[in-house]
Write a new protein. Sequence first.
Length: 319
Amino acid sequence: MLSRRILLPLLFCFVSPMLVAQSFPTKPLRLVLRSPPGGTDDLLGRLIALKMPESLGQQVIVDYRTGAGGLVAWEYIAKAPPDGYTLLLAASGLGAVRSLRPNATIDPWKDFAWVSQVVNYQLALVVHPSVPAKNVKELIALARARPGQLSYGSSGVGATPHLSAEYFKAAAKVNIVHVPYKGAGPMFLDLMSGRVETGFSVVASSIPHHKSGKLRILGTSGSKRVAQIPDVPTIGESVPGYEFDAFYALLVPGGTPREIIQRLADATAKVVASPEYRQRVIDGGMEPVSSSPEQMLKIAKLDAAKIDKIVRTANIKLD
């Protein structure tokens, strides 16, 4: 009798998480985006929200929590119940939040559980058609001739476009003034109207404007050219040593049961493997990629170390 009293609770501890994972989810999920409609976050978020219910059997609702370069969304997720029903679409910069914001109260490794990648991507250096520079070298020459007179827009302070731009400024030794926006959509509106002369944005968001002639992409941030715009060189071809690749990933609050995290990772893998998702992502100049939670955590930590180096090299200070 004593043995049964001891063994039954222990057995329940092992079985209970499995039962939770098998029954999950029983209600709609919420996918939090850090940027307003109109940018790459919105594109990916809506694709995931469209395809993930096919695996989970529940609706995924997109929830915009904008502001402070993603900090509003990050803090919201960090405080959400760790039950798997609230997810975050995060870009690379979250892992390096302590490097970027020494006074930040969130911990990227304790307050979040990293579920899976959804894409790898590059950033684009874009200019208004009125800018006389036709390539990266000409833009550098223009910026050096007019120090502090040119401006560039980004989707927000601390976001990957901002990081890639400040890294470019340090590597190219130019002074271009940063104008942060609450998302890529508002930034593109001002860039296309000429209120800012240049901008850094995710390649996927920039390609349609480049192809329409409303903006011009001078260079991309990665180690190799983007297949969808092969005539556009990498920034590194003009600025030796410059390279900035990034990713988007799904996260949940820290403390979420391991079985539920795996359930979400499995569902994400099916989304990323779907023909519709892959085609939309590839057409946008990104690479569809999924990963296990263990792989994702390793990737995030390696990327955080890279961003920390960029922050120190470019002397980026957000607080």
